[in-house]
Ligand binder design. Sequence first.
Ligand code: CTP
Length: 426
Amino acid sequence: MSQASPPAPQPGLFGKQLVLGVTGSIAAYKAVVLLRRLVQEGAEVSVVMTESATRFLSPLTFEILSGRAVTTDLFAANQGMRHLALADQADGIVIAPATANMLAKLALGLADDVLSTMALAATCPLIVAPAMDGEMWNHPTVQAHAETLRARGVTVLQPEEGMLASGDVGKGRLPDETTILSAIEARLCLRQDWAGQRVLVSAGPTQEAIDPVRFISNRSSGKMGYALALAARRRGAEVVLVSGPTALRAPAGIEYVPVNTAEEMGKAIVSRFTWSTVVIMAAAVADFRPARPSHGKLKKTESAWRRIEFEPTEDILETLAKQRATQVLVGFAAETEAVLDHAQQKLVRKGLDLIVGNNVATEGCGFGSDTNAAILVDRTGRVTRFDAMPKRELAERILDAVQALTPTSPGHHPESPSGAHKRTNA
Ligand code: CTP
């Protein structure tokens, strides 16, 4: 019998010690597929099952596929303190699927089974992929637990929309194994697929002076741009972040250039343009500024308040498009209606490779929010829609879309892990 040779191990996860935690969800069978992928990638995976998970699947299945004993019981004589040893040695813990019950235990720090005890004892990154009924996922308690975990630095993936075990359609399906794998790689800083890229990111609002005391600005929080800068850095790029005034902390490992006005932002970006390979303009740059800002504070009695004249600022992206060599240009389109139409028009007008459109009038999207939904349009006309998700997850997907447009970029080798796992979002 001829046997297909296994795929070549990928350096990303190769040799990493992972714990795959499986809980009692009907989606537990999908953990088998995930385990196979992890093992194919060269990870050394120890499986820990809750008691209820063993009702859905036999530990033997995981034992055969992982080539390691499966931990199922806190009190089993032959398993001793194995869960603590695993917690100690693991480079990362992945809980997939995670039930609502497991989310609650993790959020509250309960330790009444082998998996929650191990998670509490571990200090390595934790990635959780919930799967449950849609109503359960939407329950405020479950959402609060997911938020608590995220705030603590746990990666909690969004369940996917679709047909659920109940037969209902809703949001609660376990994300597919490729999505979980990408999250593991991104989290464990293993995906260096942007190494060699020099990325210029703009973020936040600009402030345009009316007088020394007042300015006009907009509601941009900078969160999307900062998430993009961090994601690119995590994936190995050199990053310069040109930021308007925000309440966010300057990220470590990134050259940080604070600016106030559209003019300052333009200068900072244009002067670094030849250095860059990718420019992502996530900033909400003022299109107009007061034409004659007052040198002294305007008194409220002054008639100047009745009519402030504005003049256009330079369109930074349009300037860059005229000067570009091989740089990839990414713009944003914050809209309140007809997002796709406006995004498509801006892509062409500004000579962009990719535009990220979003409806800032929708709840959970845009300014100030930690989540964002988006429509991506690329220069080939491909349109990809993303439902609301944490901005840091959306950032990864935007980078994936940029990468799909740069097949010869240093970070993209078809035979590399990035090539192998690059998600095709279309
Ligand atoms: N942008 C820029 N320079 C400006 C204004 C905007 O580079 N002076 C960039 C933004 O950073 C964003 C994209 O252009 O990536 C789209 O910005 P937006 O304000 O949505 O588009 P405008 O062309 O200003 O169109 P409008 O305000 O009419 O929607």
